[in-house]
Design a protein around this ligand. Structure first.
Ligand SMILES: Cc1ncc(COP(=O)(O)O)c(C=O)c1O
Length: 479
């Protein structure tokens, strides 16, 4: 066999590579600068979709060609959450600063599983900042994860380990016939039930507590459910309050839930996927009273924090309990007092991931460059825009509001016969028009047009455009 020459994947011609890099950067900056001139979303042409069934390329393509393909085939057909007209689901807009930080992180190619390196210190800095923001003690730990779905699962695993002891990591959850039960509201995100499922405790062990007229967990019902389970010989262990429900943006009464959890000796977790970072806003902060009493908080920097995807986070009051659920010493990850293997505990001791990217860097850049005050103002601004939208809806007899607007989410609809089908169709047509992109949900059995205003680029004109487009679409449908 002929020996192939030793080679690497670095460019042969760094000068040409540098020029191409600058073009790529300019294209992305152009994209962000002029994003308003684009449709929010457009469907992928079949011919483009088909190109992505090609066989594995054996031979090289130039970077320039790959870049051109990205510009023509990928960039125009993303879901559109960077666009100011995007109000679907709950998605952040990202920032040019976050984009540049991602590039630096990728260039450094740091593996944040652990070890004695400054990137881990950057992640620890974010942990310290989050302790400060949520008034958690010095003993609190935190770790970046993909998103709140993962952070909620980890919180269930930590609470399980606290209640069943660390032996549960050997025996599994079925030992000693202890039947754990957990509580969350009917308005909680589906990933809380999924966390019960993935943890092996099971969805049936999650009590879905009814909500009051503000879509908050009914705390009397919560108390009663815990008492009934105790009387039945079950072991209540976990309450997940929500700070910003996915459908309407309601915040549970966190102070009352904290008291109930404390009295019953349960783990108090908060799913604050988007709402928890409301702590940055002077207007939202008072609504989050009680968050500082949680045992753990799950949230995402990639939503209201505007950090590019993905940047989920779990903050845990007691770092020992946090580590008890995940740390697993093995010979090949031995810690040392000096050298690269120093600096224990490592982030991999606080979660299931060993290989981890440098999510902390884009978050650090975002907090440094914009500052907490400005990010808080953006959060307040999205809430003000939601109030504007609610007022515009209420002004128009053709429209009705379907839920109170506590934060940045507005659920409304066009009044007509067959309103569920018609409003669904309105949303589909809005997406296809590229003008605005709300999503839908069901509130009290009624299909709602749901506008979640998360993006820092969204302004008053976008709100008026959405209302105008909803009315024009409905009128064109002759309903
Ligand atoms: C309240 C709530 N919890 C959990 C999630 C899931 O978060 P992620 O998509 O980051 O996993 C969301 C997503 O919107 C949410 O709104």
């Amino acid at each position: 066999m002929n020996k192939s020459p030793i080679t690497s994947l670095d460019p042969d011609d760094w000068v040409a590579f540098r020029q191409q890099s600058h073009r790529m950067m300019d294209d992305m900056l152009d994209y962000l600068e002029h994003i308003r001139q684009r449709p929010v979303w457009q469907d992928i042409p079949e011919s483009t979709r088909e190109k992505y069934s090609e066989a594995l390329p054996q031979q090289a393509t130039s970077l320039e060609t790959a870049h051109q393909r990205f510009m023509q085939e990928v960039l125009p057909y993303s879901a559109g959450n960077s666009h100011p007209g995007f109000m679907g689901w709950v998605q952040g807009g990202g920032t040019p600063v976050g984009m540049l930080a991602e590039m630096l992180a990728a260039g450094l190619n740091a593996n944040l599983g652990g070890r004695n390196q400054m990137p881990v210190e950057v992640e620890r800095q974010i942990v310290r900042w989050m302790r400060e923001l949520f008034q958690f003690p010095e003993s609190a730990s935190g770790v970046f994860v993909t998103g709140t779905s993962m952070a909620n699962l980890m919180a269930v695993l930590i609470a399980r380990t606290v209640y069943l002891g660390t032996e549960v990591r050997q025996t599994g959850v079925c030992h000693d016939n202890i039947r754990l039960v957990a509580y969350t509201s009917e308005a909680a995100h589906g990933c809380v039930a999924q966390a019960m499922d993935l943890s092996g405790i099971g969805r049936q062990a999650l009590r879905r507590i009814p909500v009051n007229e503000h879509h908050q967990m009914d705390t009397e019902e919560l108390r009663a459910a815990i008492e009934a389970d105790l009387a039945a010989g079950l072991q209540p262990f976990f309450i997940a309050g929500t700070a910003g429900t996915v459908d309407v943006g309601a915040i549970d009464d966190l102070t009352s839930i904290a008291q109930i959890a404390k009295a019953a000796g349960l783990w108090f977790h908060i799913d604050g996927a988007f709402g928890a970072l409301g702590m940055l806003s002077e207007h939202v902060r008072p609504l989050l009273a009680g968050i500082e009493q949680a045992d753990s908080i799950a949230f995402d920097f990639h939503k209201w924090g505007q950090v590019p995807y993905d940047a989920g986070f779990l903050l845990v009051r007691d770092s020992t309990r946090h580590m008890d659920a995940f740390a697993a010493p093995v010979a090949y990850l031995r810690r040392e007092a000096r050298g690269i293997a120093g600096g224990s505990p490592w982030p991999c001791d606080f979660g299931p991931d060993l290989s981890r990217g440098f999510r902390a860097l884009k978050t650090w850049f975002t907090l440094q460059v914009y500052g907490a005050e400005k990010l808080g103002q953006i959060i307040s601004q999205t809430c003000e825009l939601a109030q504007l939208l609610a007022a515009e809806v209420q002004k128009r007899p053709e429209l009705e509001l379907l839920a109170p607007v506590a934060l940045n989410i507005v659920c409304f609809r066009y009044r007509c016969e067959n309103a569920d089908q018609v409003n669904q169709e309105i949303v589909l047509q809005l997406h296809e028009s590229g003008v605005a992109a709300p999503s839908t949900t069901v509130v009290n059995g009624q299909l709602a047009i749901r506008a979640a205003i998360v993006n820092h680029r969204t302004n008053e004109a976008d709100i008026h455009r959405l209302v105008g487009a909803v009315l024009a679409t409905a009128q064109a449908m002759n309903v």
